[in-house]
Design a protein around this ligand. Structure first.
Ligand code: GUN
Length: 297
């Protein structure tokens, strides 16, 4: 079977078009959703993510308050900026790009963000609400993965989902979202990680395989069964002298061989990537709607 390739850019464009309409509705009430963005230091990958987020805001009519801070900023100054954004009524969502430089305490910064503005869904209050199935801001990459599956017609209810990777940003929240007793959950979930013995034993049992290990070549064709739906969350830079930048992006899955067995597969780039930013915009719009007292579900 040769796989249908899931076009993440198209799904993201569809959701952004829906959001544009909701923003237009908010603007008739004099409300412009606002996102506060904080980037500390000049890690090239983080810089390009943040630039893409700011551009996406501009494109759909979200006001963004962009803050590029020197790598040496103190914990107190960084927390003071977050606090100012908590208190600023123009800002509905706050994004602190991770990872932070090592001298900064990331957990303490995340705790400072008002949970009602935590559009990344990383604050323990939102994590806890998600786990118990209460309404919460869902973290953007796992939320994007679920939307990609649903909008590609994949049945999650009753499926065996195997997740490779247990990060706080992707693997752990995704497992929690997919086991919820809800129409967008109801899956049986297996989470594999670096200490899993015989990874292929588990991946071969997946109806839906989600690779979020952060290592190229983690999933090869012999590790999947015919007809599996594959979502590749990996974004890895590999050296490539033929490219102007000197590198190209690859996922965690060996795309060319796995696509011959899968029913559906996401490419890298152009799969999950565009969804992550889109769900950040989604959470920011939802936050503005909640602040305005509009009923959102
Ligand atoms: N670094 C990598 N992914 C993310 C993300 O989704 N949000 C933030 N804030 N930082 C990240």
């Amino acid at each position: 079977m040769a796989a249908r390739i899931i076009d993440g850019k198209q799904v993201a464009a569809d959701i952004r078009a829906e959001l544009k309409e909701e923003i237009a509705q908010l603007k008739t009430r004099g409300i412009v959703p606002g996102l506060g963005v904080i980037l500390v230091g000049d890690d090239p990958a983080s810089k390009s993510y943040v630039t893409a987020k700011e551009r996406a805001c501009e494109e759909i009519g979200i006001y963004s308050d962009d803050n590029r801070l020197p790598a040496g900023i103190s914990q107190a100054d960084l927390m003071a900026l977050v606090q100012r954004m908590n208190d600023d009524p123009r800002i509905n969502g706050i994004l602190v790009q991770l990872p932070l430089p090592r001298h900064l305490n990331e957990a303490e910064v995340l705790l400072t963000i008002d949970p009602d503005k935590d559009v990344d869904g990383f604050h323990p209050v939102n994590v806890g609400k998600m786990v118990v199935g209460e309404k919460a801001f869902l973290p953007c990459t796992p939320h994007g993965v679920v939307q990609l599956l649903l909008r590609s017609g994949v049945t999650i209810d009753g499926a065996h989902v195997v997740i490779v990777g247990r990060s706080n940003i992707v693997g752990k929240p995704l497992a929690n979202m997919l086991i919820q007793k809800s129409p967008t959950g109801n899956a049986t979930v297996t989470v594999c990680h670096t200490r899993t013995k015989d990874l292929a034993y588990y991946t071969r049992q997946a109806d839906i395989l989600i690779a979020a290990a952060g290592r190229p070549g983690t999933i090869t064709a012999d590790m999947v069964r015919e007809g599996v739906a594959v979502i590749d969350v990996g974004v890895n830079r590999v050296e490539d002298a033929t490219k102007k930048a000197g590198f190209r992006l690859v996922g965690d899955v060996e795309f060319e061989s796995v696509k011959e067995k899968a029913s559906l597969i996401t490419p890298v780039p152009g799969g999950v990537g565009p969804m992550t930013i889109t769900m950040l915009l989604y959470n920011t719009v939802e936050s503005a709607q909640r602040t305005a007292g509009l009923d959102v579900d």
